[in-house]
Design a binder for this molecule. Structure first.
Ligand code: S3P
Length: 428
């Protein structure tokens, strides 16, 4: 359980970030989806974070041959998915557990998914219930809500499922199951959640289409898919920590290079722009996803904002956005965000506890909170093992100094976070 002390910045900065961590969502999917091909997938710039390495090592336990040269990974799938000799450890990664639950429900064998103490406390019913409805045999603690989950894979029925939660993890689990059902399935959500699964599987040749009425149609795969050949773009959620620093440190600028500009992922940048930061998006290419650079410049004190729409598009950035809100003029409001309660920590309570320690006044609601903009003060913050909470308060530290407990969790998604932060301020 490491501890870090961040010093207040001493001068403004102009940073070109070429080494923001590769996208976590896309890296997880690379590890899993390569199992649906019969040829070798090549993935460049794979995220070497604990979460995505857990997905990769599960693919290996399922029989894939993995070769790694730095961040370049080749994955050769087995002829048939192997029943693993041991339990499959997803670490801290909700994405690994929920997507593998969908994928493995359709394969023959017994698969036991577990994770660290935080993941074992997160709700799994959201995928277990719809998967059981289509014939998956899954059990776990609290009647299947909590990991370890034991999955006895087998035949799956087609489905028509309207999801009560806008969640890419639920959608992806169901799409992966639908690919293995015996006829077409349909999935719908109210707000399109991140759509990497649809884009990547389509790129591999799967027939997944979004119908005019908003339903996603999933055709079962009859033959192995094409392999993936992809360079993973930078993760906009990781880049966002540095976007916030640039927006709050006078006369500063950051450019985040080669990041996915997928509209379901960059909403927080748009909110930061509405708060007054100067932000530019430059699209350079489109491979599975639009990819380009984002430049963020300080543009004076930020204004408070109300965030109550498109929540699924910025759910992971709300901790960092809360730091921008803490120093904005006026009271900012976040609503319709009860999903924050079931992330790597109960983020409503961990963010507010941290902000209150920094002398910022807040009001808590069941599905969000209010932040009364003020002046951040140095404090000692507990991350509660949540990488995004740890990194959010680390960037707050650039303004006022900060001590953060339990920072090991940052390795789950952004192992070189402090190497970049060191270009802006001192770290002990
Ligand atoms: C993810 C989806 C999101 C996000 C998580 C990664 C994914 O969760 O919060 O960090 O890769 O599918 P939900 O869509 O389930 O809210």
């Amino acid at each position: 359980m490491k501890f870090v002390k961040i010093s207040k910045y001493s001068k403004s900065f102009d940073l070109e970030c070429k080494s923001i961590a590769p996208d976590k969502s896309i890296s997880h999917r690379c590890a899993m989806f390569s199992l649906l091909s019969d040829k070798t997938s090549t993935i460049k710039n794979f995220l070497l974070g604990e979460d995505t390495l857990a997905s990769l090592s599960i693919a290996e336990q399922l029989g894939a041959k993995i070769e790694r040269d730095g961040a370049e990974v080749t994955i050769t799938p087995p002829k048939r998915i192997k029943e693993p000799e041991n339990i499959l450890d997803c670490g801290n990664a909700g994405t690994a557990m929920r997507l593998y639950a969908g994928l493995l429900s359709g394969f023959d064998g017994l698969f036991i998914l577990t994770g660290d103490k935080y993941l074992r406390a997160r709700p799994m019913k959201r995928v277990v219930t719809p998967l059981r409805e289509i014939g998956a045999k899954i059990d776990g603690r609290e009647h299947g809500n909590l990991a370890p989950l034991a999955i006895r894979g087998g035949k799956l029925k087609p489905f028509r499922y309207l999801s009560p939660i806008d969640s890419a993890q639920i959608k992806s689990a169901l799409i992966l199951a639908g690919l293995q059902a015996y006829s077409k399935s349909y999935y719908r959500e109210n707000l399109l959640s991140r759509d990497h699964t649809e884009r990547m599987l389509r790129g591999m040749g799967a027939n997944i289409s979004t119908l005019a009425n908003g339903w996603i149609e999933i055709e079962p795969i009859k033959k192995p898919l094409k392999p993936l050949n992809i360079t993973v773009p930078a993760d906009p959620s990781s880049g966002f920590f540095f976007a916030v620093v640039a927006a709050i440190v006078p006369n500063s600028k950051v450019t985040i290079k080669n990041v996915t500009l997928n509209p379901t992922r960059i909403e927080a940048y748009k909110v930061l722009k509405e708060m007054g930061a100067d932000i530019e998006f430059i699209e350079k290419e489109n491979i599975y996803e639009p990819i380009g650079d984002i430049t963020i410049r300080y543009n004076g004190k930020l204004k408070a904002i109300r965030v109550d729409k498109n929540i699924a598009w910025l759910i992971d950035e709300l901790p960092a956005l809360s730091i921008a809100m803490a120093v904005a003029n006026g009271t900012s409001i976040i609503k319709n965000a009860k999903e924050l309660r079931v992330k790597e920590s109960d983020r409503i309570s961990t963010i507010l506890e941290g902000l209150n320690s920094c002398n910022i006044k807040t009001v808590e609601h069941p599905d969000g909170y209010e932040i009364i903009g003020g002046e951040l003060q140095e404090a000692t913050i507990d991350s509660y093992g949540d990488h995004r909470v740890a990194m959010s308060f680390a960037i707050a530290g650039v303004l006022c100094g900060m001590r953060i407990k339990d920072i090991d969790c940052i390795d789950t998604s952004f192992p070189n976070f402090f190497d970049i932060l060191k270009d802006i301020t001192e770290i002990e």
